[in-house]
Design a protein around this ligand. Sequence first.
Ligand code: 13P
Ligand code: SF4
Length: 377
Amino acid sequence: MDGMSWTETGTDASERIWPEASALVYDDAVKARTDHLYARVKDVVTPMEWPAFAPLIDAINQLKVLRGATILAHNYMTPEIFNCVGDITGDSLKLAQVAAEAEEDVILQAGVHFMAETAKILSPNKTVLIPDMEAGCSLASSITGADVQAIKSAYPDYPIVTYVNTSAEVKAYSDICCTSSNAVQVVEAVAKQWNTDTVIMIPDQYLAKNVAAQTGIKILTWQGECEVHEQFTPEDIQDLRDAHPDAVIITHPECPPEVMAAADFAGSTGAMANYVKEKSPNKAILITECSMSDNVSVENPGVQFIKPCNLCPHMKRISLTNIYEALRDMKHEVEVDPLIAEKAKASLQAMLDLPKADNPPSFDTGKAAVAVPYVTI
Ligand code: 13P
Ligand code: SF4
């Protein structure tokens, strides 16, 4: 097949020997099959980049059919992944809900490891693939299952609410999970169930502090942080306000409380995207991971985005090349010890069983900060 693309040979996709990613070519057939996708991302992917992306996108979209796979893509995926190969896209809560209900036999997680593990826990009979096993998370690596067991022993009367950005083992020793979309709802629901005024919320200290400002429930937390969101400062927000007084400033609740207090709106990545869609501001500044503005801008071409952002090195491990290789070779299968998975599923299910909101709720950025001590173990 030297010098000739596989589409020119008339080979059926199911019979094709899928080559190295670098051997895929951008020919007329690939162009014809992908032009409609380029039209979608043309404002965020340059014409110089597209000939490198298109053959991979085309191959991935054929392999998905061949393997019976669906791709769940988080909002922080780069725009060519998010818009051109993602089947279901959204925030962590939406991806978990979809993973629990997916009809396909194979789920490829275009996101980080804890998301793939969550998909496996919720759909244990499915094959769950992640393009790079090393795609971690600073929050997930801040706490272990043994830490949670120690917290439980020290505070037996308080329920433990665990952010989904954690390992299966951490979830297994917790009482209920939450995401940034439902954290306030989960804290209030579990406090009521346990008939307590105090809840332990781990491992993101900033999410815990931001939630505490929204509710009357007292919160104890852990000293974990998201390495992307912890870097933003109130001074950054002030500088942006001075430079762009007409822009709406939108933050993620993994940011420190002083950053959230300086913003106009705060919520999960899903809530951020909804807010821009609903309000259609002239100018928006999303205080979060870099790909988010690109992906939201595709849906909102009339909005001008100022992009002060931090890259998540873990999310950025996922590329079209390693998605292609994962589906080609059916590799990097995520497995979870069945005993751990069963317990972790109970924590995830307790979250998923709570009433679903029509739209991800926002945080009130005007609330005063409250003290949130760390647990001592
Ligand atoms: P959400 O998409 O749930 O807002 O989470 C953001 C995040 O940092 C995921 O790693
Ligand atoms: Fe973890 Fe933050 Fe990266 Fe999300 S953005 S995966 S919370 S480090």
